[in-house]
Design a protein around this ligand. Structure first.
Ligand SMILES: [Zn+2]
Ligand SMILES: [Zn+2]
Length: 439
């Protein structure tokens, strides 16, 4: 055990306590008021310069926002949970400008390194079964319909621990550090609005990661994740014309048939030879009454592609279908974007740095180190990666192994908290490699 491993291990109890605290009070999407305020207070106490509200989120670049009522409800809930000292951060987040950044400068020349941790939870009700550990051990979700079923509670705990270890050992480092605590990762809605607000300005290295996914056991790691898929999420709202189904069907414009036709055609899009693509229409709702030509229709859709161009191909085909089918059925269709991200790969240089860290870490098993792997799914982090890589900066995404009780987004999702120490150890090693002051 070297110095870094001991530092990470020294915070084990705190990591578990923080993870469980966030787990018990989950929030989703843009309405992470409690979560952001808790993080802001903790990071401010550690000596970080906190940025909140419109300094970190461009209001009109947000996608998939949710209703005003949901927003008000979330603020009221947060007020009940927060101490007065934490609640003073709430006014900055008005209307759902949640998420934050925390910055610290060693005042010595060196690299500008950033870490991103996501903070939102998932729209699923947590299992209340006695065998589900959060329930059994008293840290289950305190609200129906929302739970940390992806592990972002663990990510926040790691982020706080890493921030603490860097701040307390600042003399060991050169350059600058920034922590991006991003909300609305689920549904790939948050990164675009944070990037638009300028949070990436000046960053030379951005590191990110996730617990679990393809790193399925304790002691495992994927050092460089590639092929984070590009995606577009969108709703189609169809307006037709009602009419008597027997007396005058010819006077109607059938939005139900249009919706069904669109769904079938979208799933039948000819695939691109250049790589993997996906399409899903996950929701179809239409109609008002048995004997009425349906005047309304709604589809919730998503496309994915191995890279941005392949996703664009799928999305454009969907738009052709919406336009063409609308014309056939004489209905009006409005497409509303609710989320999206580009595709991206980890930079080789960053993968090497994670790989070196993994080989040195006593919390990682040598035979469980996977140097590179294709993700084959979407992560909002890809938007940050892409944006930075386009500017010549470097970015990478790793996966820390943990034994999972159930898959991500499952109501019984739970992970082995041993992975938290391993994650902090790896991130801290990377911080020393990039910004360590040579003495
Ligand atoms: Zn997720
Ligand atoms: Zn996740």
């Amino acid at each position: 055990m070297d110095k870094i491993a001991n530092l990470a291990l020294s915070l084990k109890d705190e990591l578990i306590k923080d993870r469980r605290y966030f787990h018990s009070h989950p929030e989703t999407g843009w309405f992470t008021f409690f979560t952001t305020a808790v993080l802001a207070k903790r990071l401010s106490d550690l000596g970080y310069e906190i940025s909140l509200g419109d300094k970190v989120v461009k209001a009109d670049a947000r996608l998939g926002l949710g209703s005003k009522e949901q927003c008000e409800k979330a603020i009221e809930r947060a007020k009940k949970l927060l101490s007065p000292e934490e609640a003073k951060y709430l006014p900055y987040m008005k209307d759902g400008l949640t998420g934050l950044t925390a910055f610290i400068d060693t005042k010595r020349p060196g690299k500008f390194t950033a870490f991103r941790f996501d903070i939102d939870s998932v729209d699923v009700t947590e299992s209340a079964e006695a065998a589900h550990r959060p329930c059994k051990e008293g840290f289950g979700s305190d609200i129906a319909g929302i739970t940390h079923a992806c592990g972002h509670d663990g990510h926040m705990a790691m982020g706080l621990a890493l921030a603490k270890l860097i701040a307390k050992n600042l003399d060991d480092f050169n350059g600058k550090f920034k922590f991006i605590f991003q909300t609305a990762e689920e549904g790939t809605r948050g990164a675009v609005a944070m990037e638009a607000a300028g949070v990436l300005e000046g960053i030379e290295y951005l590191l990110g990661g996730h617990i679990g996914f393809q790193a399925e056991t304790n002691g495992g790691i994927v050092c460089g994740t590639n092929k984070l898929l590009a995606t577009s999420k969108f709703d189609v709202h169809i307006t037709g014309r009602s009419a008597h189904a027997a007396g005058a069907p010819q006077e109607g414009a059938n939005a139900l048939l249009a919706a069904a036709q669109m769904a079938l055609n979208m799933h039948g899009i000819t695939r691109h030879a250049k790589g993997v693509t996906r399409i899903n229409v996950g929701v179809l709702r239409a109609g008002e009454g048995r004997n009425v030509i349906a005047p309304n229709g709604y589809l919730a859709c998503e496309t994915r592609g191995e890279d941005t161009n392949l996703n664009e191909f799928m999305y454009k085909k969907c738009m052709d279908i919406v336009k063409g089918v609308s014309e056939i059925y004489g209905v009006d269709s409005k497409v509303v974007m609710t989320g999206g991200t580009s595709g991206a790969n980890s930079d080789k240089e960053v993968t090497e740095i994670f790989y070196e860290a993994a080989k040195q870490s006593p919390f990682i098993d040598d035979d469980k180190i996977v140097k590179e792997l294709d993700f084959g799914a979407c992560e909002d982090f890809a938007h940050f990666m892409r944006a930075l890589q386009d500017r010549g900066a470097k970015s990478g995404y790793m996966m820390i192994g943990t034994n999972l009780k159930a898959g991500h987004h499952n109501s019984k999702f739970d992970f082995d908290e041993e992975c938290l120490v391993a994650g902090v150890d790896i991130y801290l090693r990377v911080a020393y490699k990039l910004n360590g002051a040579k003495k």
